[in-house]
Every structure is written in C-alpha cells, then in structure tokens.
Unconditional design. Sequence first.
Length: 270
Amino acid sequence: MSRVHKKGGDSDHGFDRYEYYQKSVQSAETDVEFYRDTYKDLRGKLPITFREDFCGTFALSCEWVKLHKEFKAIGVDLDPDPLVYGQERYLSLLTKDQQSRLSILQKDVLSPHLPKADLIVAANFSYFVFKTRVRMKEYFARAKKSLNRDGVFIIDCFGGSLCQDGNEESTKHKKFTYYWEQVDFDPITHRAHFYIHFKPNGKKKVERVFSYDWRMWTIPELRDILEEVGFKKTTVYWEGTKRDGTGDGVFTSTNVGEACLSWIAYIVAS
C-alpha cells in the first residue's frame, strides 16, 4: 500500500518530510488527469472548479490549475503546517495566472458554507479519520451540498486481507527507502493505526514521520452512505495489476473486484 496523506510526526532537523512524501507517495499530475477525464466521461463536459478536501500541501490543486487556463482550484485543510509548506514550496512555482485561480482555506471540511465546486475530491484516504457512520454521513452530505449542478464527488479507498493485520512494506527509491507500516487492526471497530518511515541512503531510518489513526471502511459501506445522502449513482473504479501483482495505476469502472491481498479503488458519486 503506498498512497496515504497528511499528518506527520517529529523529524530530524533538516529532514523535509513533505518532500520525501511527495517523491514516494503522490502522483498528482496523473491523478488530476483521471479526475478530469472521469468527470468528462460522465457529464460530457469539462469540470471547471475543483475542490480538494483534506488537501495538505495541496499538490493536487496546484496540478489542477496547470491543466487548463480556465480551471480553478480550492484547497481545504484544518492543519496549518502542510498549508504553509505548500504555499512556500508549490504555490511559488506557479505562474501568477495559475496562482490567481487557486484558493487555500484553513478550515474543517465539515464547516458549513464551504465554496461550491464542479468536482470535489477527498484523496489519499484522509477521510478515514471519520470513524463513525454518523460523522461520515455528515461529511458526505456536506460534500453533496457543495457540488454545483452536474457535480461529481470522488473518493479513494483501500483494503484487502493484508490490511487486517500488522505488517510493514518497504519500497526502494533512488535516494531513500519508503516504509509503510500497519501497526494493528481491530475487527470489532475496524480501527487501525499506520506509520510512514523513511531511510535516506547512508543515514539512520527516520521513524514515524507520518502517523494515521483510521477506520478501515469498506466499499459497500461507503456506497450505501453516499446513496443515503442523495447521490443517484456510485461507480467503483478498480486498479489494474502488473505481471508482478502490484498495482499499475490504471483505474477502470467495474462491478466486480478481486480478492487481492491489498487493493486500491476509487468511488465516483454523481
């Protein structure tokens, strides 16, 4: 499993945790293309306004405004630390025109009266922070209310038998190794804890750079709640696999999944 988001722990002086995260986890350029193309396939037109909930360093929003000269983006996150980082490291790289089409809000995604959008995305499983059905339903309802006419809401999710036990995976990159650790899993509450660690080449492993306390939601649960709040249709986009069994990053709509040890999917609500 390799796509997660947000909150971090302590790190060594000079260790840029967000840079390591971006290099090992995010694929913002291709993600926004998937969102755009999926909306266009559903609605027959381009989405103009994109809202990135739980945006962190708002890398998706930055990539969105690069896609088209009319595209606008709104990033929403409660944590000031990644927002400041994104403003210093990502926003500054955009042209003045692109910057003018991007707005960042330090707010709770459950706040009333958030800006409306054609397309709202909650990526990197960050909404798993909602551990009760009541709270998840509240969030989905607010997202539904924030959509413009013909709006689409996209969330990603993950699961599989490997995600129901403690384990650690490692991925070797050019200058460092990335570690994704699942500490535990409670079958009664479906609550689980995760950590991301990094080990720069030739240096000591930096432990618990990012930490997560999530409920492992299932696709049927999420689809049921989405339909309850008023979405007329939900579609699952399942990730394909390479010959070695790992994900290939290509997501296709389907009615039948695979009993994989670990899987990633999108749920598109319209």
